[in-house]
Design a protein around this ligand. Structure first.
Ligand code: BF8
Ligand code: SF4
Length: 655
């Protein structure tokens, strides 16, 4: 594709440079394939194609008698609802299965069967144990770890009818009651997903609202799975602290063995970090200047947060890392690895190494990763990468010299440590006081993916800049964080260029006291997609400190380029928690006014949170800001009234 054409598809200058080069060597990428797929089927786009049984596919044409329903008589609203919640089942499965693997590894570590892992953050383990009610007095850390891991595993399949522990111990009483009354409290993660597939089987549930509520239960199972994943990953590998690193293709180093970790599960990528350090000498013996590890997608976010490993790309630009001709090995675990990367590996010397028995790509090298032999497996992979270094084709190497500084590593704990420098007795009040004083207008969390339907990275960056100008405190996870990183918004450069006066004063005040050897960023990187749990922890503790329920808090979320089933399940639990959530891509809902209305309006009446679908970033930013402003204004008037009449602020008003 020409440079001009590429500039209309991405705002990432490194991607423009690589893709213009791709045009010369006739390699097809997802950018080309998206074009070739046009026009996409409008039945699928609007959600009214049903393939749930093999009498189908049934496609709905409302104006044509006989075609206004599926063969079985399913209406458009049933079909749209069933299709959308099945995405949630997929997302909840992916996140929670990742969480389950972490829980098993913690258990096996405590039992002594996973010798390469250890309990790195005992403080976090003890905090989690306290929260979920595990007795600790006089007990060895290993025994506590065992109990915590078992409790986590019980959340997947326990047979009582009590709420999942990781949900029940992390939300407030108001939400507990809300979920109870709407019958969406999951009692076991696996059951919620299985039940949803049952509910949406042909001839089970035809009621769209009931189907959606079934979907929301699975979404809360997704929350449960990711929350425990974050907690237990911190226990195993440490809770992230501020780190300085870089992002974009310029992080590749032509003189070193370049290895990319891609996927989601840090059980492998963290081991690869350790193995790369140990095998540095082998790389030098092979003629390289060392090993340069880079990250892609969320496993990249995991090692960025804990180890300062630079990010090479987010989801949308993953193929381009190979196109530099300087990537010696791409190591993948699970989720969001485009199979198309293998086509590119075939054109270069790069090897694709698959490591999970549920995630293989034909033609790649498979080295099964096993927790019992974790370090040996990771070393085997690194040695393969070192071998590939010698096979590079010098003429094919083209690394765009573009990268930006990233100041990341802001776990919930790291953020509180930062706030504690100003108020050690009540750190969260540093943020909530700034909101009450009007210096900060609220908080917006960016999450989610890249989607070929949008201009790569554009909406995420645009909305962040717009909200920063209006003094909104910004946090991010996932590939949205990748977009912001490549644009320099996860560094001080972003503060200087885009922060409004209130936000700038707030960040500078923190910076003066931070004690860090770096200036603070415009947007605070809170981790991978499972780490949206850290963001949920932030809003629930803000609400607690302000003595209001979450649906009244000036807090919004945005997934400007959502793509995956996981993004749909996250967005769904975000709205059940009472947070308005913008999505910049139209999901397949438009085939039913009723279902569309449930997600955008009825959800608000029931949960306080709701979806804002808007593909225009400027207008989306305005809508998000309006919602923050309205919530902040209501908060103020209720507070003033309470002070005037010497009462407590009204708890029941709509936020
Ligand atoms: O879990 S943001 S494209 S990489 S799904 Fe995938 Fe979306 Fe990226 Fe991380 Ni999250
Ligand atoms: Fe058609 Fe009904 Fe089967 Fe769906 S479930 S494919 S609408 S017959």
């Amino acid at each position: 594709m020409s440079t001009v054409e590429m500039e209309k598809r991405t705002v990432d200058p490194a991607a423009v440079e690589m893709l213009s080069a791709a045009c010369d060597c006739k390699i097809l990428t997802s950018w080309d394939r998206y074009k070739a797929q046009q026009p996409q089927c409008k039945f699928g786009l609007t959600g009214i194609c049903c393939r749930i049984c093999i009498q189908g596919p049934c496609r709905i044409i409302p104006s044509k008698p006989g075609q206004d329903k599926g063969i079985c008589g399913a209406s458009a609203f049933t079909i749209v609802a069933r299709n959308i919640v099945r995405y949630i089942a997929g997302g909840a499965s992916a996140h929670s299965d990742h969480g389950r693997e972490i829980a098993y590894t913690l258990l096996h570590t405590a039992e002594g069967h996973a010798k390469d892992y250890k309990i790195t953050d005992e403080k976090k383990l003890r905090e989690v144990a306290d929260r979920i009610g595990i007795a600790q007095e006089g007990r060895d850390v290993v025994d506590v770890a065992k109990d915590v891991a078992v409790k986590a595993l019980e959340d997947f399949g326990k047979y009582d009818h009590e709420p999942c522990t990781w949900l029940d111990t992390t939300i407030d009483e108001e939400r507990k009651q809300k979920f109870k009354h709407t019958q969406i409290t999951p009692t076991a993660i696996d059951r919620s997903v299985t039940q949803l597939l049952h509910q949406t089987h042909i001839g089970t549930d035809a009621d769209p609202v009931n189907i959606i509520f079934g979907g929301l239960k699975a979404a809360l199972a997704d929350y449960t799975g990711m929350y425990l994943a974050t907690d237990l990953t911190d226990v195993l590998f440490g809770t992230p602290e501020p780190v300085i690193t870089e992002a974009n293709l310029g992080v590749l180093d032509a003189d070193k063995v370049n290895v990319a970790v891609h996927g989601h599960n840090p059980l492998l990528s963290q081991m690869v970090v350790y193995a790369a350090r140990e095998l540095e000498k082998d790389a030098i013996a092979a003629g390289a200047k060392g090993i340069n590890l880079v990250g892609i997608c969320c496993t990249g976010n995991e090692v960025l947060m804990r180890e300062g490993i630079p990010t090479a790309s987010n989801f949308g630009s993953q193929e381009l890392v190979i196109m530099t001709g300087a990537l010696d090995a791409m190591i993948m675990d699970v989720q969001c690895i485009a199979p198309g990367v293998k086509d590119l590996c075939n054109c270069f010397h790069t090897i694709l190494v698959t490591t999970s028995n549920i995630s293989k790509v034909p033609g790649s090298v498979h080295i099964e990763f096993n927790e019992a032999t974790a370090m040996d497996d990771a070393k085997k992979i690194i040695r393969l990468a070192i071998e590939q270094f010698g096979k590079r084709v010098p003429d094919k190497i083209q690394i765009p010299q573009l990268k930006k500084q990233v100041v990341g590593g802001f776990s919930y704990e790291a953020l509180m440590d930062l706030f504690a420098k100003i108020n050690p007795d009540n750190p969260i009040s540093v943020l909530t006081d700034a909101i009450e004083a009007g210096e900060i207008k609220g908080v917006c969390a960016f999450a989610g993916c890249n989607n070929q339907k949008t201009i790569h990275d554009h909406a995420t960056i645009t909305i962040a800049k717009e909200l920063a100008k209006k003094d909104v405190f910004l946090v991010s996870t996932g590939c949205a964080a990748g977009a912001l990183a490549k644009a320099g918004l996860l560094s001080a450069e972003g503060v200087e260029a885009y922060a409004g006066p209130g936000l700038k004063a707030f960040i500078k005040r923190l910076e003066e006291k931070s004690g860090l050897n770096a200036s603070l960023p415009l947007v605070f990187h809170m981790g991978s997609c499972v780490d949206n749990s850290r963001i949920a922890r932030l809003w629930s503790n803000m609400a607690k400190n302000m003595n209001i329920p979450v649906p009244q808090l000036p807090f919004v979320a945005s997934a400007p380029e959502a793509m995956s089933e996981k993004a749909i399940s996250i967005g769904s639990w975000v709205i059940t928690m009472g947070i308005p959530c913008h999505v910049g891509v139209l999901p397949p809902l438009e085939g039913s006014e009723l279902v569309y209305g449930v997600t955008t309006q009825i959800a608000r009446d029931v949960f306080g949170g709701y979806f804002i679908f808007d593909t225009d970033p400027e207008s989306a930013a305005q809508k998000l800001y309006d919602r923050l402003e309205k919530r902040a204004w209501k908060l103020r008037i209720h507070k003033i009234a309470a002070e005037k009449y010497d009462s407590t602020p009204d708890q029941g008003y709509e936020g």
